[in-house]
Ligand binder design. Structure first.
Ligand code: G6P
Length: 481
């Protein structure tokens, strides 16, 4: 294979402007955090939005230089496009719809027009940077039209597409006024990948019912070519998380960061004090209010644990211009204040709430200190945080409570599985996790670690790439017939 061109809405790094100068910082979210290790290790080029809009050509040059060190190529968007394509069609139409929040989805033609325009801009940039023999890998719901746009101009290019969020059932996708265009856009790829078997099944059934194409198991036949649909549950850079966790834990406490020393002091404050951790982008799909209510229920049902356990919620700012995200932020702040006001004491905060992103080292300290990972999304394509939590549990102790609505639940059967809408069940799971036998913790953790270590992000990407390469051979045989 020659070069790989990766395209996603957001680059793995974003550019910030600080007093007229530019700095690079990692982007948040599963796609960027998962794929960037693969990108770093391989000779790929990544095209995407740098998270900033600049006019000045000198500034553009500076940014391009910073990004070229990361093997990234920026695609700039003006503010009206960001509003209609990013805040609009991507995050106020597709995101809520694909996560079954139909009541949040708005269908505006201006959004759709901007979405088409930006997808065209991406296709153009990809074509400009693609040489003969290169492979293109397009990612996620912001770029669903790109595969077909490339295929129309350059049928010779090998194209892969991966969706990082759920693909909803036919009954949901049929609501979308532009459903056929979206499906045709994706079908421009040679191989379409999903995290779980259910998402792939929903896609195939939608293609069959809405477009009427011939389908044979996981192969769609159209216009004299085949499109392959398969399942690739995304992994993490396991070794990186494991190594850092071991490093953090092996340092004497005085040499650890201020944050880590504070957490340590907090845990020592009461004998057997425990820490429950949740980490997510601030998003309504993550079920944060439900989780707070479940923790409140737990404190009500189990007063013996008051003062002995805290829930540390790291909530990473996200899509702050979209109305639902602003409303949710307020709701969370109120709920956290309510629980802390009702149960807290001078020496104990039931919920420790951070609204910010943290550097990698601090993140690992949180993971390592936590006894329980509480991840309860209402709907989630995968949830790589669950896998990260597991990878940092070097001593094998710790319990993961995981929503059955997360794609990751399919691979992590040893976690305590919960329906996040069932507040009592989540509260019961917290109790079960806090009182779980050490051997049971170790066994479950060890089994999950072995599994996600084997299918890490490198294996995930190379598996996808191998399958994509095979599709070309299959197409050749097919055409020779
Ligand atoms: C999810 C999506 C990604 C997205 C990320 C962060 O993981 O699948 O495509 O990049 O969220 O969201 P943002 O809107 O900040 O890019």
């Amino acid at each position: 294979m020659d070069r790989l061109i990766i395209a996603s809405n957001r680059l793995p790094v974003k550019i910030n402007e600080v007093e007229g100068d530019f700095t690079v910082e990692p982007s948040a979210g599963g796609l960027a955090t998962g794929l960037k290790s693969y990108h770093k290790k391989n000779d790929s080029v990544w095209i995407g939005w740098p998270g900033i809009d600049v006019d000045d050509s000198k500034d553009k040059k500076k940014i391009e230089k910073l990004l070229s060190d990361e093997h990234c190529i920026p695609l700039y968007m003006e503010s009206d496009l960001i509003e209609n394509y990013y805040d609009g069609f991507s995050n106020a139409t597709l995101w809520p719809l694909f996560h079954y929040f139909t009541e949040y989805a708005s269908f505006k033609e201006d959004y759709w027009d901007a979405y088409k325009k930006v997808n065209e801009m991406f296709a153009e940039s990809i074509l400009k940077h693609t040489k003969k023999g290169d492979t293109v890998w397009v990612h996620d719901y912001q770029l669903l039209l790109v595969p077909e746009m490339i295929r129309k101009q350059r049928p010779d290019i090998r194209i892969g597409f991966f969706l990082h969020i759920p693909f909803p059932s036919y009954e949901i996708i049929r609501i979308l006024p532009w459903r056929e265009e979206i499906l045709c856009g994706m079908l421009g790829a040679d191989l379409i990948g999903f995290h779980t078997y259910d998402y792939a099944r929903h896609f195939i059934s939608s293609v069959k019912r809405l477009l009427g194409h011939d389908i044979d198991f996981n192969t769609v036949s159209m216009d004299g070519r085949h499109v392959y649909v398969d399942v690739f549950p995304m992994g993490i850079d396991y070794e990186k998380f494991e190594r850092k966790a071991l490093e953090v834990q092996s340092k004497p406490i005085q040499e650890r960061s201020k944050q880590h020393q504070e957490i340590d002091r907090f845990l020592m404050g009461e004998p057997n004090r425990k820490l429950i951790l949740s980490i997510d982008r601030l998003d309504y799909t993550k079920g944060i209010p439900h989780r707070i209510n479940a923790f409140k229920r737990f404190l009500t049902d189990h007063p013996e644990f008051r003062g002995k356990v805290s829930l540390l919620m790291l909530t990473v700012p996200s899509r702050e211009d979209v109305e639902q995200y602003q409303n949710l932020k307020r709701e969370i702040e109120e709920l956290v204040g309510g629980v802390n006001g009702e149960f807290g004491t001078l020496g104990w905060n039931p919920i420790i709430y951070f609204y910010r992103s943290l550097p990698f080292d601090n993140l690992i300290e949180l993971y390592s200190s936590a006894d329980i990972g509480l991840l309860t999304p209402l709907r989630d394509g995968m949830n790589l945080v669950a896998k990260e939590f597991i990878a940092t549990k070097a001593g094998h102790k710790g319990v993961l409570i995981l929503s059955e609505m997360a794609g990751a639940a399919k691979e992590l059967g040893e976690a305590l599985s919960v329906n996040p809408f069932n507040i009592k069940a989540v509260s019961d799971a917290i109790y079960a996790a806090l009182t779980m036998d050490q051997d049971d913790q170790t066994n479950a953790m060890h089994t999950m670690q072995e599994r996600i270590k084997r299918y890490d992000v490198h294996k995930w990407a190379s598996d996808f790439m191998d399958n994509l390469e095979k599709t070309s051979k299959k197409q050749e045989i097919n055409q020779a017939r």
